[in-house]
Design a protein around this ligand. Structure first.
Ligand code: HEC
Length: 172
C-alpha cells in the first residue's frame, strides 16, 4: 500500500514538473490568433463558470424594465460594449472575434446566466481576457440598466432598437 501511495505521489510530482517545464521552456504557443486547444477551452470555461457560480452574490435586479431604463441600458451597451459584443447592424464583431477567448456575440446568442451573475461578470470583468471590469467606469445602477437591457434583447421597444442603430456617443 505504501509503495502504491508513493507511486501516485511520484507520478504527480513528475507530471507537475513536466507541465512547469513545458511552460518554462516556451512550448505553450500563446498567440491570440491561434485556436486554443480543446483542453485549454474546457479548463478555462469550467473555471469561469464555477467561479461565477461560487462568487456572484445572489441579489435581485433593482431596476424595473421601463422604456427609460431600457433606453439608458441600450445607450450604455452601444457606447461601451457593442464594439466587442456586436450590435444589430454589426452582429458579428470582427474586433470581438479577434480576442482569445473571443468576445461572445450577444446579437447571435445571449448567455443563459442569472441576472445577478451577468451583473457580477460586468462589474468585475474576467481576468486574462479582454473583458474589462466596469466597476470603476460605471455605477452599479448603470450596470443593472445594461443587465436589464441585455435581458430584454429579444423584446426591445422600437425606440430602443432605433437607439442601437445610432452612432456610439449619440446624445439622448
Ligand atoms: C474589449 C472588448 C470587450 C468589451 C469592450 C466588453 N467585453 Fe464583455 N467580454 C469580452 C470577452 C473577450 C469576453 C469573454 C471572456 C471569457 O470567456 O473569458 C467577455 C465576456 C462577457 C460576458 C460573459 C459572457 C458569458 O457567456 O460568460 C458578459 C456578460 C459581458 N462580457 C458583458 C459585457 C458588457 C455588458 C460590456 C459593456 C459594459 C462588455 N462586456 C464590454 C470582451 C469585451
Amino acid at each position: 500500500m505504501k509503495s502504491f501511495v508513493a507511486g501516485i505521489v511520484a507520478t504527480m510530482i513528475v507530471f507537475t514538473f513536466g507541465a512547469w517545464l513545458y511552460l518554462r521552456l516556451g512550448y505553450a504557443d500563446l498567440r491570440a490568433n491561434l485556436p486554443p486547444s480543446w483542453l485549454e477551452t474546457q479548463l478555462a470555461t469550467t473555471a469561469l463558470n464555477a467561479s461565477v457560480a461560487r462568487h456572484a452574490p445572489s441579489e435581485p435586479n433593482p431596476i424595473t424594465p421601463t422604456e427609460d431604463n431600457l433606453l439608458d441600458g441600450g445607450r450604455l451597451y452601444r457606447d461601451k460594449c457593442a464594439d466587442c459584443h456586436g450590435r444589430p447592424d454589426n452582429p458579428v464583431s470582427d474586433y470581438g472575434a479577434s480576442f482569445n477567448p473571443r468576445a461572445p456575440q450577444f446579437m447571435q446568442a445571449y448567455p443563459r446566466l442569472r441576472e445577478d451573475q451577468v451583473f457580477y461578470l460586468i462589474k468585475n470583468g474576467v481576468r486574462r481576457s479582454a473583458m474589462p471590469a466596469w466597476s470603476n467606469i460605471m455605477a452599479d445602477s448603470e450596470i443593472w440598466q445594461v443587465v436589464t437591457f441585455l435581458d430584454h434583447l429579444n423584446n426591445l421597444p422600437p425606440a430602443v432598437q432605433q437607439e442601437l442603430h445610432r452612432p456610439a456617443g449619440s446624445d439622448p
